[in-house]
Design a protein around this ligand. Structure first.
Ligand SMILES: Cc1ncc(C[n+]2csc(CCOP(=O)(O)OP(=O)(O)O)c2C)c(N)n1
Ligand SMILES: [Mg+2]
Length: 297
């Protein structure tokens, strides 16, 4: 996003450099998201199944986070001044590995070990196994509680690092998420940015049928958060939301992202059983081809 500028120069026929810069930024992030999607398909093919739809759904969010917003050193994942990115949703590990490979923290070739014995890339995220993974996430509903504690600790230490938490709409079913939301706002933790992946789906079916969470935006606002809702597969909208959260002070920010399961691969977007997908051997190449046909979306 470009900030509004005032200028005394006359308009010229050449392109506005700030808008060219903004367009380049979006293009660069779309390309990163595309590679993240390919990384996810590469891992999915190793197992023939998995949470591929979610990974394709959050690829744009992760591209913006890891290649535009977070301050970190890819080769030094314990650097104490790094921004922390906490993945609550352990089953989304495949998405995080795809992003960490794009970031350069995990070697690309290592993706081929995904989910195998002795691999550093287990199917559910484990902080003790994988460089760049901040928390273990199999038991849902804990990410925002850890985020809140971490953010308090960083503030106490005078460390300006920020804490991001990617959580799912299913995690809004958990009381612990809302306790953390209250505590975070109570403490005015503006070093926190939560990102909610509203893919409208849970393991047991559509979120609206499992437990009604809407109106999500109003709920976060009522809990004292600086809340915004965007199309989570629109890189331009995501960049604007992340930029706004970065400068907001006085309360934590949440970016509610409406995403599409399988985004970028029409064949997978149409799957009825989307929470955990099985993809036939011959379908992986079709999926890759469809992904390549769809750039830029
Ligand atoms: C505390 C807890 N309860 C239940 C589960 C089982 N579980 C695994 S994934 C999942 C679905 C949660 O919803 P969401 O993360 O929105 O699912 P998705 O969008 O990936 O379909 C559930 C209930 C769990 N891992 N942890
Ligand atoms: Mg969901």
């Amino acid at each position: 996003m470009t900030s509004p500028t005032t200028t005394t120069t006359q308009p010229t026929t050449t392109a506005d450099p700030s808008s060219t810069e903004a367009a380049n930024r979006i293009e660069r992030l779309q390309a990163a998201a595309h590679r993240i999607r390919h990384n996810a398909l590469r891992m999915g093919e190793v197992q023939g199944q998995g949470y591929i739809g979610q990974a394709l759904g959050v690829a744009d969010i992760l591209a913006v986070a890891y290649t535009d917003q977070l301050h970190y050193r890819p080769q030094d994942p314990h650097w104490e001044d790094r921004d922390r990115f906490l993945l609550s949703i352990g089953h989304y590990a495949i998405a995080l590995y795809a992003a960490l490979a794009e970031a350069g923290t995990i070697p690309l070739d290592e993706l081929d070990t995904y989910g195998s014995d002795e691999s550093r890339l287990p199917m559910s995220s484990m902080a003790s196994y994988t460089p760049g993974v901040e928390i273990s996430g199999g038991s849902l509903g804990h990410g925002l509680t850890v985020t809140t504690g971490m953010a308090l600790g960083l503030r106490h230490l005078g460390n300006p690092a920020r804490v991001f938490n990617l959580l799912s709409d299913g995690e809004l079913d958990e009381g612990s998420t809302w306790e953390a939301a209250m505590a975070c706002a109570h403490n005015g933790l503006d070093n926190v940015t939560a990102i909610v992946d509203v893919n409208a789906l849970q393991a047991d079916g559509p979120t609206a049928g499992v437990l009604r969470t809407e109106p999500v935006l109003d709920k976060w606002r009522a809990f004292g958060w600086n809340a915004t809702r965007v199309d989570g597969n629109d890189i331009g909208a995501l960049v604007a939301a992340f930029d706004a959260a970065a400068t907001h002070t006085g309360s934590p920010s949440v970016i509610i992202c409406d995403t599409r399961i399988g985004c970028g691969v029409p064949m997978l977007m149409e799957r009825e059983k989307a929470h955990f997908m099985r993809v036939e051997e011959h379908e992986w190449q079709i999926a890759r081809n469809q992904l390549d046909e769809n750039l830029p979306r």
